[in-house]
Design a protein. Structure first.
Length: 389
């Protein structure tokens, strides 16, 4: 069947401008390459020669139809900025701020200038090794890697890359964070020393109920039913750096997971502590010239949101007064899990009280034991088997 004039004209244009080639790259990938004129060319990378051949034909058709984008190759910096912007409305603000911070401070300064198609596994392997030598914690390196891998997985889905160059990078082994576990006498000492502090109720609820810091900061009086002795967790407060301005701002949002949105039945002790806290707050409110009506349970002397660093410094002072080893505020949540387990509370109830999504999280990640408990286990073995030895 004779070719049409249109087909002949297309062939002539292709011969004049170049038909393109398919070659194998040194790393084993196949490159579909077509000339664009004036010394420019377009390249796409694929796993197989067949895929590269199909891509070459597609790019030639797009070029001849005037539909092919002919701009220079996108750098990793340009792609990551595009990727962050594309995800801005699909993820939590706190997550977006974290992604932005790590990519802008750790990845882009070193590899941002590299063309997206020129990225290699060795580049990231070398970068991760540099971080280990700083030293940056293995868990932080793994976190940054997960962000980078997610971004480059999307580049593969969007046909900007043939494969993810970081998918086979060797990572440092995860390290379980050491959590200081309080024994009974230390718990009593901590709570006793906290009694005269303004945020005594906050520390007590963190230790005995396992509430997260952001949940406590975002708690409102309207979330508490004193008559039914119940508390509803509906939101969390974060203090994050706004990438657009570089300034830290407060952000109120829903709990991180569905399990985080929960109702907790309050012990009478906590109810009494909250009533006393409310009475003291009302006295401060009555004398405050300008009070922010945010209905917050824990707030500043003018009713505003509390900056996390203030609570951290107050908690450090409490530990010093109580003569206890330094620990992060979040360690109180881990200790709450241990207290609930020691009280032999049903695992499902513990999981729901703490707002976990799985029993594994409650019993393994948040499962801790004191030396006292290990000693008790040894004594139990002695009682059961000692007489027979």
């Amino acid at each position: 069947m004779p070719r049409s004039k249109k087909e002949d004209d297309g062939k002539s244009k292709r011969r004049a401008r170049g038909e393109g080639t398919v070659v194998q790259h040194a790393d084993g990938r196949w490159v579909a390459r077509i000339p664009l004129g004036k010394g420019k060319r377009k390249e796409e990378y694929y796993k197989t020669k067949q895929e590269a051949e199909r891509a070459k034909r597609r790019m030639l058709n797009e070029r001849d139809a005037g539909k092919l984008v002919t701009e220079r190759e996108q750098t990793l910096k340009e792609y990551l900025e595009y990727w962050l912007n594309a995800h801005r409305t699909t993820i939590r603000k706190t997550t977006y701020a974290m992604y932005h911070m790590y990519l802008r401070s750790r990845v882009i300064p070193v590899l941002g200038h590299v063309g997206l198609q020129k990225l290699k596994l060795e580049m990231f392997q070398s970068l991760y090794q540099q971080w280990e030598e700083e030293p940056l914690s293995p868990n932080t390196i793994r976190l940054i890697h997960r962000i980078v891998s997610e971004a480059l997985d999307d580049a593969v889905k969007w046909k900007r890359l043939a494969y993810n160059p970081v998918q086979n990078v060797k990572l440092p082994k995860p390290r379980k964070t050491k959590v200081y576990v309080l024994h009974d006498e230390e718990i009593e000492r901590l709570l006793q020393c906290a009694q005269n502090m303004k945020l005594y109720a906050l520390f007590r609820m963190a230790l005995l109920l396992g509430m997260r810091r952001g949940e406590l900061f975002g708690l409102k009086w309207s979330d508490i039913d004193f008559d039914k002795a119940m508390l509803s967790i509906q939101r969390t407060l974060s203090y994050v750096c706004d990438p657009a301005t570089g300034h830290y701002v407060f952000h109120v949002g829903p709990p991180k997971t569905e399990a985080g949105e929960r109702t907790i039945h309050l012990p009478s002790d906590i109810v009494n502590v909250l009533r006393e806290h409310q009475e003291k707050q009302n006295q401060i409110r009555a004398s405050a010239p300008h009070w922010k009506n945010l209905d917050l349970v824990f707030c500043t002397r003018t009713g505003g949101y509390i900056v996390p660093n203030y609570v951290c410094s107050l908690f450090n002072r409490l530990l010093e007064v109580a003569g206890l080893e330094h620990m992060k505020f979040h360690a109180l949540r881990h200790n709450a899990s241990r207290i609930l387990r020691k009280l032999k509370i049903d695992p499902v109830v513990r999981m729901e009280m703490l707002g976990h999504t799985s029993l594994e999280m409650t019993d393994i990640t948040y499962g801790h034991a004191t030396q006292e408990q290990h000693k008790e286990a040894a004594e139990d073995i002695d009682r059961l088997f000692g007489e027979n030895l």
